[in-house]
Design a protein around this ligand. Structure first.
Ligand code: PGA
Ligand code: ZN
Length: 398
């Protein structure tokens, strides 16, 4: 068995121009892995704690690195992640920072794969991995916390459910992104891009729904397979404690359930993420009951990749899918456990990027390794295409 010999940490840039934590892990036999933590903007209240990168690096060097260097076997991901948990000692990684933890966890996984001479998805998924590939959900129009003076709903997504391959799906999402640009141009509506590369025009949600529907129809005609629409409402960001506050109206929780159920029916939505507040299990359960057979209802801020919160949701019938962001929980082992619990109970897993990203491609491998149904990692933009192109490579080489 080969030991981890070195863990190095540094600050690197993320896609918003903010510093984030990068880790490098080296093994006795010369295996090497490098990974960087992403960062959210519309973060869930119950997420693991991200510390300022400099502080996270100092704390992790002091507490976690000595428990890993020369102490754990490379390739034994459970031991690496247990060492991180042990070094931190809290439930939410508030001592060493979930950003330091997840960077080390992912870098160690890559070092383990490198040592074994296997691609990361193979190392993580093992011999019993299925042959499913995730459908990429492409963010094409967005606002909320990801762009100023744009839509209230955070993300309007293309869901190429009929694509014959991952590559076809990736190109279809980029084509929908391009078709949205054409439609905006035809209508003389200027638009910059939000944090995830989606167009962020100053239009209301209704206009955005119509615009994305038209863009999807245009691309469907070109590619000849089914593309649907999805939404990330990011309900917690709209909820003020009593009601959902939109630019032009306010909806009570009951009205919000009705509204989202209507959107699912009217636009044949394939996917709805965080339709309600992160504490409203009941509302999630009611909506899920109404639309369960029509669409995927996914909990992001609701579950925060946390198996305890997921089990609560399962018990109440809240949602039928979980969004999986390794940095929400701190380690790859925890992310795997969340996917495992979801699968046992018939919930879909949707592996996801954050709005602040780097060129790191770990989530592409995680989605393939776990046979996740979907991956949400944008449609265009270098930090997004890093993952999308990695998926294309994995599919081509699998
Ligand atoms: P975040 O948003 O990365 O800014 O939290 C992504 C999402 O809500 O899915
Ligand atoms: Zn979300």
């Amino acid at each position: 068995m080969t030991l981890v010999t070195e863990v190095r940490l540094r600050r690197v840039l993320d896609s918003r121009g903010d510093p984030t934590v990068e880790a490098e892990v080296t093994t006795e036999s010369g295996g090497f892995g490098r990974a960087a933590a992403p960062s959210g903007a519309s973060t869930g209240e119950y997420e693991a704690v991200e510390l300022p990168p400099e502080e996270a690096i100092a704390k992790a060097r002091e507490r976690a690195v000595p428990r890993i260097e020369g102490q754990v076997y490379a390739g034994d991901q459970r031991s690496v992640d247990a060492a991180l948990r042990g070094a931190d000692g809290t439930a939410d990684f508030s001592e060493i920072g979930a950003n330091a933890a997840v960077a080390i966890s992912m870098a160690a996984a890559k070092a383990g794969a490198d040592m074994l001479g296997a691609p990361l998805y193979q190392h993580l998924g093992g011999a019993f991995r299925g042959n499913e590939f995730p459908t990429p959900l492409g963010n094409v129009v967005g606002g909320g916390e990801h762009a100023a003076d744009a839509t209230d709903i955070q993300e309007f997504l293309a869901a190429p459910v009929g694509a014959p391959s991952v590559a076809d799906a990736v190109f279809a999402n980029a084509a929908v992104h391009g078709a949205v640009a054409d439609l905006l141009d035809e209508r003389g509506i200027p638009a910059a891009k939000g944090d995830e590369g989606a167009w962020a025009p100053a239009i209301d949600d209704e206009e955005a729904l119509a615009l994305v529907s038209t863009a999807i129809e245009r691309v469907e005609d070109e590619v000849g397979f089914e593309i649907r629409m999805g939404l990330d409402v990011a309900g917690a960001e709209l909820f003020d404690g009593e009601a959902y506050v939109y630019s032009d109206t306010t909806r009570t929780p009951a009205e919000q359930v009705d509204y989202v159920a209507e959107l699912v029916a009217d636009y044949e939505l394939a996917y709805v993420e965080d339709p309600l507040d992160e504490d409203d299990y009941e509302g999630f359960a009611e909506l899920t009951d109404r639309v369960n057979d029509q669409t995927i209802v996914c909990g992001d801020d609701l579950f925060v990749t946390n198996t305890d919160r997921l089990r609560d949701g399962i018990a109440q019938g809240a949602a039928n899918a979980i969004l999986v962001k390794p940095n929400q929980i701190g380690t790859l082992s925890d992310a795997f456990d969340a996917i495992e619990v979801a699968r046992e109970h018939g919930y879909d897993a949707v592996v996801s990027h954050r709005s602040g990203e780097t060129e790191d491609t770990t989530i592409a491998h995680l989605a393939v390794a776990t046979d996740a149904s979907f991956i949400k990692t944008g449609a265009v933009g270098g930090e997004r295409t890093a993952k999308l192109n990695e998926l294309i490579r994995i599919e081509a080489n699998a």
